[in-house]
Design a protein around this ligand. Sequence first.
Ligand code: ZN
Length: 208
Amino acid sequence: MTGAVAPEVRAAQRRIVSTINASGKLNGDGLALWREANCGEWKATAADISRDLDLLQVPHTIVTAFRFPLASSYSKAMREGEEVRILRRDLPHLVPWMPSLEQTVTDIPEDAPGWDFILFQPRAEGMALAKLVLPTEWPAWSKKQTRAARLVCAECDYDLRDPEDETRLPYDVRLPDQPKRRRPVCGQCCNNGVDEMERLAALAGTSS
Ligand SMILES: [Zn+2]
């Protein structure tokens, strides 16, 4: 960086570096900072973080992301919050302000999970892809949480987050009487979506 840096920019840098050190989460897609809604009394909100990143000219987005309740919490409700996200390709904008980040970013494994979870959706006209946007913590969810988030096979309870087994990719096969409700099923339990595609195609054929 050349020339003098304005004091408010330096202050933003200090806040961002300590926020990332305390609560930054890296994955294959980039860096995320999660904030519970209405946390402003105790720490920087997503909007505060966003303002600082604007001062540092680091491109970013804010998405709504729900987290599971803390184990110590009486409430069983999901905690609403926001994630400030910096795409991996934009992280070089952050490195001049936080040089230690450079090595950390280089060390992210190529097959690290990202923010999106891809589901195959059988349709009458063929197979479509649907993206579920999840909070950055999803790879660390327990089986119970994964079940609550409906990311296990509805038929055999297989954990659909596991990308290892290619015969058990996740398909969205809905019950005929609940066509609006997402229902993930593994490839083995739904014949890789082929049966559902044929059923929908037959249905579309008879109705036209
Ligand atoms: Zn299954």
